[in-house]
Design a protein around this ligand. Structure first.
Ligand SMILES: Cc1ncc(COP(=O)(O)O)c(C=O)c1O
Length: 322
């Protein structure tokens, strides 16, 4: 049967009738291309000729809004600026307007607890690899329902698996929309029945997860995280290091960036996964080997508690949007 050429009206009819189960999670989307906010999930689209789509030419941030407050939003926006300048991409709005758009989108979504993703794209204008085809950079902000992990992941811990997907180059330090390696890592871990992957560089040092950073606590109490050379400088791991300073002399004896091998991780007292939507999770199994005593450890517990307090009490890092 030949493919139909559709009229504009037929497309509108089609969009009106489109409903997919996952749409119920999509709360609101701002699009500079549309010039405003849409709340109908069928309209939450990006033009195919936006170089974000066909070349991954854009940068993004993901942050959590809980009870109308966004944890460490300033840091996320500072990292967005770094990523954009690394690609020579101008974010189409200044900081004040960006904040306004984020607030308006969350309000339009009508849910004070949601996950917000902000994309700054090279913009539409052709299909080649040439970024100069794009005349106008674009901004898309989408608020989706936040689905926290089941509590048992915090109570019983998670399983981590080494990825065969090569660790990224120093491009890993840019939060670009070029996430194919991250996607393949995640797929591999899921296919293997693990919760999270971790990449290893060619020197055998642990790098990062698909969208998380990792760390270990050695048996002599040192909290070690991989060097920020070929991994993303996570907002969460950075905060974890700051918060962990209050544990010095008690649960931990030192904090450092280090080259961490798999073998060191196998010998660790604790292993942690850290990221925006999870804060911190305890790894109880890595590549089939038990970590520590196979149960979430004291540093994990203390850090999780510190994050919860930091999120609700530390007004310096909270930005009210209500
Ligand atoms: C590749 C990668 N590493 C680490 C992280 C963790 O960073 P953050 O704590 O800022 O969420 C992310 C976050 O999405 C990521 O994409």
């Amino acid at each position: 049967m030949p493919s139909k050429i559709l009229t504009f009206d037929r497309i509108v009819d089609r969009l009106i009738s489109l409903a997919r189960p996952w749409f119920s999670n999509y709360l609101a989307m701002y699009s500079s291309w549309y010039g405003g906010i849409v709340v109908d999930p069928a309209l939450m689209m990006v033009p195919l000729d936006d170089h974000l789509v066909h070349r991954g030419d854009g940068v993004f941030e993901a942050f959590l809004c809980r009870d109308w407050n966004i944890y460490m939003l300033d840091r996320h926006l500072a990292r967005l600026d770094l990523s954009a300048s690394a690609l020579g991409l101008d974010i189409p709005e200044d900081r004040a307007r960006l904040l306004e758009i984020i607030r308006d989108t969350i309000r339009a979504g009508n849910s004070g607890t949601c996950l917000v993703r902000l994309f700054a794209s090279r913009g539409p204008g052709g299909f080649s690899a040439n970024p100069y085809e794009s005349a106008e950079t674009q901004l898309y902000v989408i608020a989706t329902a936040f689905q926290p992990l089941p509590p048992e992941k915090y109570e019983k811990g998670v399983r981590l698996a080494t990825s065969t997907i090569p660790a990224k180059t120093d491009f890993a330090t840019i939060k670009s929309c070029n996430y194919l390696l991250n996607v393949l890592m995640k797929k591999e871990a899921r296919d293997a029945g693990a919760d999270y992957p971790v990449s290893v560089d060619e020197n055998g040092f642990l790098a990062e997860g698909a969208t998380e950073n990792i760390g270990i606590v050695t048996r002599d109490g040192r909290f070690l995280i991989p060097r920020f050379r070929r991994i993303l400088r996570g907002i969460t791991v950075t905060r974890a290091v700051e918060l962990a300073e209050t544990l010095l002399g008690r649960e931990i004896t030192g904090i450092a960036e280090a080259d961490i091998t798999r073998e060191q991780a196998f010998e660790a007292a604790e292993m942690l996964v850290m990221g925006t939507s999870i804060h911190v999770l305890p790894v109880v199994e890595y590549d089939g080997k038990k970590i520590g005593n196979g149960r979430p450890g004291p540093v994990f517990r203390r850090l999780l508690d510190l994050f919860s307090r930091d999120e609700t009490k530390n007004t310096e890092v909270l930005t009210a949007v209500a």
